[in-house]
Design a protein around this ligand. Structure first.
Ligand code: 8NA
Ligand code: MG
Ligand code: MG
Ligand code: MG
Length: 308
């Protein structure tokens, strides 16, 4: 029922926002201090950890699910654009500024998204970074529904099949409260098997074949770490760390951050997936306090609340 959907999605979104805000903090460190903090696991020292575009777009997506129960693409595109206009300095991907401004000015999202990158559409990781709460919302409806809704959510900003595949994979990886931690190899292979054939799916198969005790460095050398900001360079690594640390969000986040690259986004994806099952209960209190808050409707499910 709706109460369970709201709770599942809220748990995932609280994780996603924490991963995003924690990950983003690492861009404030360099060189020896960065290495030392990551190796000795010294949390970022800033008092407030702001979340970024990853969370802003996840909030829009969840808001539309609360209001409409399914992905209404026109409403979602309009909500993304309105949220961008209200708060454009959240670190949006380079092409998103033009896309969201054009949608806000009334151009049809399908035309705007298809003309990006000389007609290829964006293969950026932006459709995958925001989608875990959708996977949690539809967790009881089966993989076919999850994949279809994830695809519809991706298309509103990302027309390239790799971006769509990345979103489908991240949504499929997300579960519901208390679901047992799956075997990592089977989990990655199952997600790969239900993801449309793509570089993302090939990356997930490669992730499933990595030796059990592979180092983060080795995983990154095979899978990437998001430094190209593309879905295939981002999603397999983020789901690999999620698969191997399904019972500890804190462990999963330290491992993901150590991989470097697009850390806010790899951590957002990993955390959205892991937290959908575990919540944020093993996260240090000081991290929870540092993370910029989320609007209360996320937890209450209220649809009369103001959007932000
Ligand atoms: P996007 O659509 O701009 O895609 C990200 C990037 O991928 C593009 O800017 C291109 O460089 C590249 N790209 C995508 N499609 C193609 C293509 N068909 N041909 C060639 N290059 C392509 O935005 P998005 O929403 O997908 O990006 C999400 C990322 O942007 C996240 O990491 C998010 O955190 C944010 N981000 C912000 C910063 C920052 O410093 N503000 C840095 C990195 C990422
Ligand atoms: Mg970001
Ligand atoms: Mg499930
Ligand atoms: Mg990022």
């Amino acid at each position: 029922d709706r109460t369970r959907r709201v709770a599942n999605a809220a748990r995932s979104l609280h994780g996603l926002a924490l991963g995003d805000a924690f990950g983003e903090q690492w861009f404030g460190y360099r060189g020896a201090e960065l290495t030392e903090r990551l190796t000795r696991r010294i949390a970022p020292q800033a008092r407030l950890w702001y979340w970024t575009d990853d969370t802003a777009m996840a909030l829009s997506l969840l808001r539309i699910l609360h209001l409409r129960d399914v992905v209404d693409q026109d409403a979602l595109a309009a909500h993304f654009a309105a949220s961008y206009e209200a708060d454009p300095y959240r670190g949006y991907g380079p092409s998103m500024h033009g896309v969201l401004r054009a949608i806000h000015e009334g151009e049809p999202w399908r035309e705007v998204t298809r003309r990006q990158f000389e007609g290829q559409g964006s293969w950026g990781n932006g459709a995958a970074m925001r989608v875990a709460p959708l996977g949690a919302w539809f967790a009881d409806d089966g993989l076919v529904v999850v994949a279809a809704e994830a695809e519809r959510s991706a298309e509103t900003t990302h027309a390239h099949p790799e971006a769509v595949a990345g979103a489908v994979a991240a949504a499929l990886a997300t579960g519901g409260r208390g679901e047992a931690a799956p075997d990592p190899v089977e989990f990655l292979a199952e997600v790969a098997g239900h993801t449309p054939e793509s570089d993302v799916a090939a990356g997930l198969r490669a992730a499933s074949r990595l030796p059990a005790h592979s180092s983060v460095r080795h995983a990154v050398s095979v899978l990437g770490n998001g430094s190209r900001i593309s879905a295939p360079d981002t999603v397999p690594f983020a789901l690999w760390t999620a698969a191997h640390h399904p019972d500890s969000l804190t462990e999963a986040l330290w491992h993901t951050a150590t991989g470097g690259g697009d850390i806010d986004t790899t951590c957002a994806i990993t955390a959205g997936v892991v937290a959908s099952r575990t919540g944020t209960t093993d996260i240090p209190k000081s991290w929870i306090t540092a993370r910029e808050p989320l609007p209360t409707w996320v937890d209450t499910g209220s649809t009369s609340a103001p959007p932000r």
